[in-house]
Ligand binder design. Structure first.
Ligand code: GAR
Length: 218
């Protein structure tokens, strides 16, 4: 980030967009240090309404009408590249981005995932944590690579699974944790504190052996 020049972020979000809202609110408080240049969604989602309400360009790009994943990714990539963002943030974006897209933007895509990666990649993480009888759950922000939910971690927050927890209660508490760690990860990227070399994540010039780990006693 250059002093006085906003750090431009493009956010991809498929659904309800509560993390998006949290990032919008964070950017609004940043006095133009962080600027959300646009929001893209693969659905006519609440995310797009939240972006519009905040005066942010909101684009619906449905997968319908594209021959395959590569064609969709290419169109999305072209639209994003035109904005020259410093960072692409996957905030509840429920499509897998293919090899070519990741290669195109590979060192500047981050994702939030509702689990203590590398545990529980993919979907239905809250249910799977309960089924496994795990004592802890959490959320992770990581750089995106070709492999699903497997790129180097930036920050991870752990919470205890409480007696009586169900999917809904875990989802709500994981959201609270996400609202805490996601803006921090964006700030770290904006400030150059955390970078991705393409091979590994680097924190303040030092290779990371894992995400920064924090806990939340909720
Ligand atoms: C978040 O919990 C996020 O971690 C998850 O979707 C939710 C979106 O909520 N992402 C994934 O599962 C990606 N694999 P939101 O739309 O209210 O921010």
């Amino acid at each position: 980030m250059t002093a006085g020049v906003p750090f431009d972020v493009v956010i991809l979000s498929s659904g309800e967009g509560t993390n998006l809202q949290n990032l919008i609110d964070h950017a609004a408080r940043s006095h133009d240090r962080i600027r959300i240049a646009a929001v893209f969604s693969d659905h006519r989602s609440r995310s797009l309404e939240r972006a519009r309400d905040a005066g942010i360009a909101a684009h619906h790009l449905s997968a319908k009408g594209f021959a395959d994943r590569e064609a969709y990714d290419a169109a999305l990539g072209d639209a994003i590249e035109a904005l020259e963002p410093d960072l692409i943030v996957l905030s509840g974006f429920m499509r897998i981005l293919g090899k070519a897209f990741v290669a195109r933007f590979g060192d500047r895509i981050i994702n939030i995932h509702p689990s203590l990666l590398p545990k529980f990649k993919g979907l239905h993480t809250h249910r799977r944590v309960l089924d496994a009888g795990d004592a802890f759950h959490g959320a992770t922000v990581h750089f995106v690579t070709e492999a699903l939910d497997a790129g180097p971690g930036i920050i991870q927050c752990r919470i205890p699974v409480l007696a009586g927890d169900d999917e809904a209660s875990l989802a709500a508490r994981i959201h609270e944790v996400e609202y805490m760690i996601f803006p921090r990860a964006v700030e770290w990227c904006a400030g150059g504190l955390v970078q991705f070399t393409g091979d590994e994540a680097v924190f303040d010039g030092m290779p990371m052996i894992g995400p920064v780990q924090v806990k939340h006693e909720s």
